[in-house]
Design a protein around this ligand. Structure first.
Ligand SMILES: NC(=O)c1ccc[n+]([C@@H]2O[C@H](COP(=O)([O-])OP(=O)(O)OC[C@H]3O[C@@H](n4cnc5c(N)ncnc54)[C@H](OP(=O)(O)O)[C@@H]3O)[C@@H](O)[C@H]2O)c1
Length: 262
């Protein structure tokens, strides 16, 4: 089986490509360059996995371009990488994904939508560099933090097995956890103290991000501050369970990804 993976060279896309290879499928990663002639780039694919770039200014337009190209290329199966709680109008990048989901469902293709929570791996660089966890939102609000490797395995299962047409799967990790829980699990794994601190959102500066990206992330932090991003665990458990696997706990994901770090 041959899967075209839009955004396949990014953090999510590389993990999905590796999981597809483990499932015996071939992943064809496509980035910006493929948009020159997308139908040609999709020709011969059995399925398309659509991962929009992080904070894309117009995710519905990006997804619409891919859907049109998939139709033109005769690819009839599409899996869209969305996010948990996409219809959260206070967060513009979530809302873009909600609108994109609607396009996917009305595309005429055989579609599946995946709604992962934030990845455990988002915290790994700070922990690897020996620091504490400092975030501009509350450290005790609940998240369904999910292991990116589990998301990738579930995505590969959805792309390579039948029974997922018309399904929307929220993908949360096995327990609701807070940033304080991440710090505690990391301290246990690393054998050193790790503190979790809320920093002043007004003082947050997004290095290297343009004004619009900073504004969208500030909106996300404000939402996280009040609500976190709780996400249900059962669809991920069911998808991995069909492959004989259980979702990875926060501690196990950190132990694997922080191996060799002190
Ligand atoms: N991080 C999380 O916790 C999380 C959780 C849930 C959902 N998500 C979602 O997952 C998605 C992917 O995130 P990621 O961190 O894996 O992304 P990423 O590492 O930033 O990679 C995205 C890829 O998109 C391509 N790209 C960049 N700009 C483009 C453009 N203008 N047009 C076409 N392609 C472009 C790039 O390919 P080339 O460099 O090859 O051109 C890049 O490899 C995002 O939509 C994000 O919201 C993330």
């Amino acid at each position: 089986m041959h899967v075209a993976v839009l955004g396949g060279n990014g953090k999510t896309g590389r993990a999905v490509g590796a999981a597809l290879a483990r499932a015996g499928a071939t992943a064809h990663p496509l980035g910006r360059a493929a948009f020159g002639d997308l139908p040609a780039a999709l020709a011969g694919a059995d399925a398309v996995h659509v991962i929009a770039p992080n904070l894309h200014p117009d995710e519905p337009a990006y997804v619409a371009t891919v859907l049109d190209a998939a139709v033109a290329a005769g690819v009839d199966r599409v899996v869209h990488h969305s996010v948990a709680s996409p219809y959260a109008p206070a967060m513009p990048h979530h809302l873009g994904k909600a609108v994109a989901e609607d396009l996917v469902r009305r595309s005429g293709l055989r579609w599946t939508v995946l709604q992962p929570c934030a990845y455990v791996q988002n915290f790994v660089p700070a922990l690897r560099s020996g620091g504490d966890l400092e975030v501009p939102y509350a450290v005790d609000t609940p998240f369904g933090l999910v292991d990116l490797h589990d998301v990738a395995e579930a995505t590969a299962a959805v792309l390579t097995t039948d029974g997922h047409a018309g399904a929307t799967y929220e993908l949360g990790g096995p327990a609701l956890v807070s940033v304080a829980d991440v710090a505690a699990a990391a301290a246990d794994v690393l054998g050193r103290p790790v503190a979790a601190r809320r920093t002043d959102p007004e003082a947050w500066r997004g290095e290297g991000l343009d004004a619009r990206e900073q504004e969208w992330l500030r909106a996300m932090f404000a939402y996280y501050d009040r609500h976190g991003l709780p996400t249900g665990p059962l669809p991920l458990a069911a998808l991995l369970g069909r492959e004989g696997r259980a979702p990875t706990s926060l501690r196990a994901a950190l132990a694997r990804d922080l191996a060799g770090t002190s």
